[in-house]
Structures are given as structure tokens and as C-alpha cells.
Design a protein around this ligand. Structure first.
Ligand SMILES: [Zn+2]
Length: 408
């Protein structure tokens, strides 16, 4: 049964990916979030309640997949692997025995994985190279490749799950930048096939005219594929089933779109959303406000903060945090009067480590004008430790945001 129209509220979850960080000597022991000028998040903090959220279950890799999955309210038993959600977002159907991999276009140089993103290759160039791999290598091995956004693509092996439980160990490429490939090739089931695909792609792509041109322009080539993050067909209850709520998801990242689709959310495409620092921050807020005119919930994700962490770009990260605060949070505050909001990064991406960590992340929850706040006045990794909620499992946050228990 639908809620009565008169009681319809507006709910938002805002996720600045990888925003949390560690105290840095060069910031006098402060974190980028503490140093950044974030009046809008601080205002919501003053009116809301804070805490630390555990987004990565014990024993799991701190990927944006499981972390955003937790924030959307699903526990890890529903999690069937990143590739499966990316497939959903790209409209690629998976059968029962199929396995989907996230497949990066990366830069290889002298046996070293030089760049996990091939210098954020354009989607047009990426599509051309992945289609080459599909035609010339995929068909040889019965493996399918699907082009995605920039360096983020998809690889599907059909019908390999039949009876056995698969054990494939793949390393995310952003964790092995600067390391030798040889030691980081996939292990376990399918390892020979995977190696043939990876090495074969290098032989195929290295002197492709697109890569020759990229090198001439001083850009890293997309001269190798790197499959990782495999997953099989997911089956998760939707927001309609769990909370009787209709909602949307706004993100440039296929993975998050895919989790949203599996959760029953509509994907809203925002012009100029890139998954990088040049993204259309304010456009995301504008489309979120628009979607809240006829739906109750929006999940808005910004990737730029995470990318700056991976690049170890401290000033870039502070700038991305400030733009998120001003152009996303500020626009939401300007555009809405009565709403409930949950805000948290999915995981830390500390600029000094340039990779994700599993530490609990700061979150803030604002319910409405009458919500009695705790006494945290600024939103950051340290201040929220004094918050009302203490440390919570992130899967609980959606229920708290909606003020309702799960229906199943
Ligand atoms: Zn990341």
C-alpha cells in the first residue's frame, strides 16, 4: 500500500565517495575535511545528529561496491560481487551460471601497471579499444566485452558457474599502481584464461593508432585490460518492497547505478556528470531536486573526492570537498524546505595512501526542523566521535533516515 500523499516526505542520501581521510602533518594534524571550508555540511551537523558508520564488513576489501551497498541498507549476504551490479547498470543481462567482471583499461609500461585509469581515457576512445578486444580476443575465447564510461568496462564469461563454486582472486588495479603485473595476475579458477586475455590485450592494443596518438599527446595509453571485481547475478529486495518508497539514483559510476537498479531505484542521467573533478556538481543537485518533485528518495553520489584521494592530490581533494559542500549540499539546502538527509562517504581514500581503507566513516543525519541535535558543530572525522549515534553498522542508516523498519 502506498503512503498517503499528505504524509509524503523527501529523503536524500548524499555520498561524497572517499571523502574521509587521516590527519596529515602538512595540515598541522588535521584532515582534508577539517581544513576544507564546508559551511553547509556544518550547518546540517548543527541541526542533526552524527556518528561513525561501519560501511565495510569485517574481512571484506574496502571497495566502493560493498561500501555503497551497505549505505543503501543491504547486508553483505546479498552481495554477489561488483561486476554483477555494473552489468545491471549497463543493461547486460546475466544468466544463472554467468560471471561478470569489472574491466579497466589500464596503462602498462615495462611490465609495470602504470595507471589504473589510462589517464581517464575518453569514453569514445575507451569504447573503440574495448570493441577491438571483444572482436579480436573475446571471440577467440568465448568471452564478451561491453564498453562503459571512460576506463570502466565490463567483461562477461557465460555459463561457467554451473556446479562448482568459483574461486577467482583478482586484484583491483588501483591497489597495484607502480607494481609488477607478473606478481598480480589473477589466481584461482580461470587463471590461465584471465592471463591470456590480459596479455593478449596488451599485444593487441599497445600500438593501436588511438594509443600512438595518446602517447604523442603526452597521455597514458589504454594498452591493456585488467578484469577484477567479479560477480554473479544478484537478487535483492527493492526499496518498494522494503520501505514502500520510490526513489532515484544519481551517479556517474556504473557500479552505483547498478546497485541502485537492483534496489528498484530509477537512474537519472545528469548532463556533464563525469565521475571526476570536472563533474557537474550543481547539475546533480538540480536533478535531485527535480526528482524529489515526484519521488520520495534520491541517492546522490559524487566520485570526484575519491579520485583526488587516489591521485594523492591534497589540494584537489580539499577543492572537491568544498565544491561538493557548496554546489551539492548548498543547492539542496537552498532548494528544499522540509526533508530528511543522510550524508556520509562510502569509505576513506586517504591522500597519503592513495587507496581505500576500512575505517568507519563520519556520517550526519538530519531528520527535519524539529529534530533535536547532538552537540557536534562541525562535520569531520574527529568531531563526530562525540555524536549521538556512536559507531553504527551502515546498513542501519536507511531505516533511521526513513524512520521505518524494513518490511522484510
Ligand atoms: Zn576509489
Amino acid at each position: 500500500m502506498r503512503r498517503r500523499e499528505g504524509k509524503r516526505r523527501k529523503y536524500l542520501t548524499l555520498v561524497p565517495d572517499g571523502m574521509a581521510d587521516y590527519p596529515l602533518d602538512r595540515l598541522g594534524g588535521k584532515t582534508p575535511l577539517m581544513v576544507a571550508d564546508t559551511p553547509n555540511m556544518d550547518l546540517l551537523t548543527k541541526k542533526g545528529r552524527c556518528g561513525l558508520a561501519k560501511t565495510v564488513p569485517d574481512g571484506m576489501e574496502p571497495g566502493s561496491d560493498i561500501a555503497n551497498f551497505s549505505i543503501m541498507g543491504y547486508d553483505s549476504s546479498y552481495f554477489t560481487g561488483r561486476g554483477a551490479f555494473e552489468a545491471a547498470s549497463m543493461g547486460v543481462k546475466l544468466g544463472e551460471g554467468d560471471v561478470a567482471f569489472r574491466c579497466n583499461l589500464v596503462t602498462e609500461e615495462d611490465g609495470i601497471l602504470k595507471d589504473y585509469s589510462a589517464d581517464h581515457i575518453t569514453s569514445e576512445e575507451g569504447r573503440y579499444l574495448i570493441e577491438e578486444v571483444d572482436k579480436k580476443i573475446g571471440r577467440r575465447y568465448g568471452v564478451e566485452f561491453f564498453p562503459g564510461v571512460s576506463y570502466r568496462h565490463l567483461m562477461v564469461i557465460r555459463g561457467c558457474f554451473n556446479e562448482m563454486d568459483m574461486d577467482i582472486e583478482c586484484t583491483p588495479p588501483h591497489n597495484i599502481v607502480g607494481e609488477r603485473l607478473e606478481e598480480n595476475l589473477p589466481r584461482g579458477d580461470l587463471k590461465d584464461l584471465m592471463k591470456n586475455l590480459i596479455i593478449g590485450s596488451k599485444d593487441l592494443l599497445d600500438d593501436n593508432p588511438i594509443n600512438v596518438k595518446r602517447r604523442n599527446e603526452g597521455k597514458n595509453p589504454g594498452n591493456m585490460i585488467w578484469p577484477w571485481g567479479w560477480g554473479k547475478k544478484p537478487n535483492i529486495p527493492t526499496y518498494q518492497e522494503l520501505y514502500e518508497i520510490e526513489g532515484s539514483v544519481i551517479t556517474a559510476v556504473d557500479l552505483i547505478k547498478g546497485i541502485g537498479i537492483c534496489a528498484g531505484l530509477d537512474v537519472i542521467e545528469v548532463p556533464g556528470a563525469t565521475g571526476y573533478t570536472d563533474t557537474n556538481f550543481s547539475g546533480k543537485a538540480k536533478y535531485a531536486l527535480k526528482s524529489l518533485e515526484d519521488k520520495e528518495f534520491v541517492f546522490l553520489h559524487v566520485e570526484a573526492t575519491d579520485e583526488m584521494g587516489h591521485e594523492g592530490d591534497l589540494d584537489g581533494k580539499i577543492n572537491a570537498i568544498e565544491r561538493f559542500d557548496k554546489e551539492v549540499v548548498g543547492s539542496i539546502l537552498d532548494g528544499l524546505e522540509d526533508f530528511s538527509l543522510l550524508l556520509l562517504p562510502d569509505h576513506p581514500t586517504p591522500v597519503e595512501l592513495r587507496r581505500h581503507t576500512s575505517d568507519p566513516v563520519p556520517f550526519l543525519l538530519y531528520r527535519d526542523k524539529n529534530y533535536s541535535p547532538d552537540d557536534v558543530g562541525e562535520f569531520n572525522e574527529e568531531s563526530v566521535k562525540k555524536g549521538y549515534f556512536g559507531t553504527l553498522d551502515a546498513t542501519m542508516l536507511v531505516s533511521i533516515l526513513f524512520g521505518s523498519r524494513k518490511l522484510r
